[in-house]
Design a protein around this ligand. Structure first.
Ligand code: GLC
Ligand code: CA
Length: 518
């Protein structure tokens, strides 16, 4: 099993996810770009985030917002040049920040030159770059496919949308003549190309990758054994050439991804995690209605935490470009309490741009670049009250996605100057986290109350000789809990501090607090 050594910067990392299209447009074409991001690095730093995950920024026809790459070695011209991207890396580094690119290893766009070559009937270098059957009449089982679109006699598997053909990393247990084993020439060539892409951007100064659909590479790989082995090989390469580079997977099964050598894995709105119970369901746990339940989340979390072992981090994002924004289902004070949770859990926190000011999910937008329902979470960042909320000087109809049209839409400038804003609460929470080893990514966690039937969520974070009690009660009803430990100091409180009653604590309604305990 590949033993991962955490890059040391991950312990105190707090990530900010940037959707480059929608963050800041510097040249008035209505689309965000690298120079725009550079101009806002101080904002991200000011919030306290010291790391960035940027969604795909490579050449692409943008049928899936850039998750359909047509050239892995070139920045998409709409964002700038490779040189601009290099400058973004160095500007981030000069502020003590790290930046991860989004790597899409499983599929390309149909526009990629490899795919165009692989469509040809004559054998060539790219014939085996994608997963093809050997007859147009046979479809790859369990996968969608493209067929009848060229002279090549075969069907090509797709991973996601129909324009995203699956790259060939082989089959774990091939049982048809066209299914190649993982160590066949074609799959190995794809794997070497993947290393080359990683090497190219790491050498240019990026600090690692968020890996898209990381668990999907090897086909017919039921227990993921083949995909895990493939990532272990990548881990060996990284340990040798780029030991400080960080890898986080979109996998959602930390027991597998960490074994594969990822440092971190996301808990997501799909998969076994019960993440949605907390934030995104009819009765989320983080709600003053007090009808939610966090206990299945906690049970699963503890199981995954144990399986991930001391080496791996489980990262809980505030949201991302694929789900409704946090503020769609979590409102008012509950949002602040949800952030107290996100920023006091182990694993590196990830804040989706705009969630720190409570940006809204825009319902019923016409899809932009393959966003469909996801489009409503991808609208332009709201910086201030100037034209187009300070996002762009383009005419409103030229903006990549329309802005939140509501008169009371939040903006960063107003929230920075309002001490009661969500922005300032998030900023305070990040500062407290960074000042306490027990609250950092690698600190331990033990639960005293698992949020069953809307009961408070109470846990102890610890590292070295520091112990911090976290008490969260989003419900609109006070509660009590047995606690013997002595409370030494209040590090943070929102909505009132806990009170003491012998061996019990009294927990105010709609409150969150961090306390140093002995
Ligand atoms: C991931 C991305 C998503 C994309 C899909 C296909 O889930 O987060 O946005 O559409 O993979 O690449
Ligand atoms: Ca632009």
């Amino acid at each position: 099993m590949a033993k991962t050594t955490q890059p040391s910067w991950l312990d105190s990392a707090v990530f900010y996810e940037i959707y480059p299209q929608s963050f800041k447009d510097s040249n008035g074409d209505g689309i965000g770009d690298f120079n725009g991001i550079i101009s806002k690095l101080d904002y991200i730093c000011g919030l306290g985030c010291n790391a960035i995950w940027m969604n795909p920024c490579f050449e692409s026809p943008f049928g899936d917002a850039g998750y359909d790459v047509s050239d892995y070695y070139s920045a998409a011209p709409r964002y700038g040049t490779n040189e601009d991207l290099r400058r973004l890396f160095s500007e981030a580094h000069s502020r003590g920040m790290h930046i991860l690119l989004d790597l899409v290893p499983g599929h390309t766009s149909v526009e990629h030159k490899w795919f165009k070559e692989s469509l040809k009937a004559e054998k060539n270098e790219f014939t085996d770059r994608y997963v093809w059957t050997d007859s147009v009449w046979e479809e790859p089982s369990g996968m969608g496919c493209l067929r009848g679109i060229s002279d090549r006699n075969g069907s090509c598997a797709v991973n996601f949308f129909s324009h995203q053909p699956a790259l060939n990393y082989g089959f774990y247990k091939p049982d048809r003549p066209w299914q190649q084993p993982m160590d066949a020439e074609g799959p190995l060539a794809t794997r070497e190309e993947l290393k080359k892409i990683m090497r190219f951007w790491l050498a240019m100064g990026c600090d690692g990758f968020r890996v898209d659909m990381a668990g999907s590479l090897v086909k017919h790989d039921e227990d993921s054994k083949g995909t895990i082995a493939l990532w272990q090989d990548i881990r060996t390469f990284l340990d040798k050439e780029f030991p400080e580079a960080a890898l986080i997977s979109e996998w959602g099964e930390p027991d597998k991804s960490i074994k594969g050598g990822f440092h971190m894995d996301f808990l997501l709105h799909f998969g076994p995690s019960h993440y949605n119970d907390l934030f995104r369901c009819a009765e989320p746990y983080f709600s003053e209605r007090g009808k939610g339940d966090a206990s299945e989340f906690v049970a699963k979390y503890l199981e995954l935490h144990k399986k991930a072992g001391g080496d791996g981090l489980i990262c809980i994002p505030s949201g991302n470009h694929d789900m409704e924004r946090l503020s769609f289902t979590v409102h008012g004070d509950s949002l602040k309490i949800a952030f107290a949770f996100l920023l006091s859990m182990p694993g590196a926190p990830f804040i989706y741009y705009g969630d720190e000011i409570g940006m809204k999910y825009l319902e019923n937008l016409v899809s932009v670049e393959g966003g469909f329902e996801r489009t409503g979470s991808r609208s332009p960042m709201q910086w201030d009250k100037s034209t187009n909320a300070g996002f762009s000087s383009a005419p409103a109809e030229k903006l990549y996605i329309c802005l939140d049209p509501s008169a009371d839409r939040p903006n960063a400038e107003d929230q920075i100057s309002d001490s009661n804003s969500l922005y300032n609460e998030v900023k305070k929470l990040i500062a407290i986290r960074k000042a306490h080893p027990a609250l950092l990514s690698c600190g331990e966690i033990g639960f005293l109350s698992d949020g069953k039937n809307a009961a408070p969520l109470v846990y102890v974070r610890s590292a070295e000789d520091e112990k911090i009690l976290v008490v969260l009660n989003p419900a609109g009803k006070a509660a009590e809990l047995g606690l013997k430990a002595e409370i030494k100091e209040t590090l943070y409180s929102f909505g009132g501090e806990i009170g003491r009653d012998g061996e019990k604590i009294k927990i105010p309604a709609k409150s969150a607090g961090f306390y140093k305990i002995a």
